[in-house]
Design a protein around this ligand. Structure first.
Ligand SMILES: NC(=O)c1ccc[n+]([C@@H]2O[C@H](COP(=O)([O-])OP(=O)(O)OC[C@H]3O[C@@H](n4cnc5c(N)ncnc54)[C@H](O)[C@@H]3O)[C@@H](O)[C@H]2O)c1
Length: 263
């Protein structure tokens, strides 16, 4: 059914570049921590350091939001939290379904960080009939037979896939056909979706491979410093590492929106 991956312009319709959008959650996380400590204002340098972003880049990003701060005072923390939350669409409640309630799906269901950021776990869905009705994180698991009705009844637009890779495309197709337009995919496979559907892929093993690449390079540099012949850095992983510097990317090797930007 699906014919191609999502192609999105580098700039959103309201004129905010995708790279800026990808950094907004980093600012929000840092600002939320400041807000919890009742810090009223923050300088661009302090906030940039807390978010792990270059301060000139931060000022440029905030200019897209129309937020320029006050010279000598900095940015108003509460107002910036509100502004970024509004920009990210977090001032409204987003019902989310998780499909595949095994080790990972159950861990995600139990994660309190979704609700505190405006993502309500509306339903947990699994194909195993033995799991139907069993509560996970206080929510009874529902069978996949009910997937379409669950999406419709809860007005769900975001689906999380935590099934084995072999089932992920079929689950994705059903979610999309039922009306889901954003998918967070944890299964180690590339999903094919129609235009208008956004897919974000999370793969911790890719992150580990990138760390392995850096470990290998560090070992090579240390060996070179000790006078030994330098190890050929990244002979197996360099292509992956060069492409994937982010923790949650658009799926596919051509993912262009790093979620964690280099400083
Ligand atoms: N992205 C990451 O960093 C990361 C980390 C760990 C695991 N994973 C992946 O997440 C997935 C789940 O891992 P796990 O350890 O929880 O596996 P698991 O075997 O514990 O759970 C998988 C669950 O999916 C259900 N399921 C199977 N087919 C289904 C279908 N068609 N519809 C609905 N539910 C279905 C199973 O009944 C089971 O409950 C795997 O693809 C794994 O590779 C990704």
């Amino acid at each position: 059914m699906a014919t191609g991956r999502t192609h999105r312009p580098a700039t959103r319709s309201r004129g905010i570049p995708e790279a800026t959008v990808a950094r907004l959650p980093l600012y929000l996380r840092a600002l939320t921590a400041l807000s919890e400590r009742s810090v009223p204002t923050v300088s661009s340098e302090e906030l940039a350091a807390a978010a792990g972003v270059n301060s000139a880049k931060l000022r440029k990003d905030f200019s897209y939001l129309g937020s320029y701060g006050t010279r000598g005072v900095g940015y108003d923390v509460e107002y910036l939290v509100y502004q970024i939350s509004r920009e990210l669409g977090l001032t409204q409640d987003w019902p989310v379904v998780i499909v595949g309630i095994g080790n990972l799906g159950a861990a995600l269901a139990n994660y309190g960080g979704f609700a505190s950021r405006g993502f309500r776990v509306a339903a947990l869905i699994d194909a195993d009939p033995a799991m139907a009705g069993k509560p996970v994180a206080g929510i009874p698991v529902q069978h996949t037979d009910e997937l379409e009705a669950i999406i419709r009844d809860n007005g769900v637009s975001i689906g999380v896939i935590a099934t084995p890779a072999g089932a992920a495309q079929q689950v994705c197709d059903r979610l999309v056909a039922a009306g889901v337009t954003s998918i967070l995919n944890f299964a180690p496979t590339v999903l094919t979706v129609p235009d208008g559907v956004d897919v974000r892929k999370v793969d911790l093993s890719i992150e580990l491979q990138i760390l392995a690449f850096h470990e290998q390079r560090k070992a090579g540099e240390e060996a070179a410093a000790d006078g030994a012949p330098a190890q050929a850095a990244g002979t197996t992983n360099s292509a992956v590492a060069a492409k994937r510097q982010d923790s949650a990317t658009d799926q596919g090797p051509d993912g262009d929106v790093p979620a964690v930007m280099p400083a």
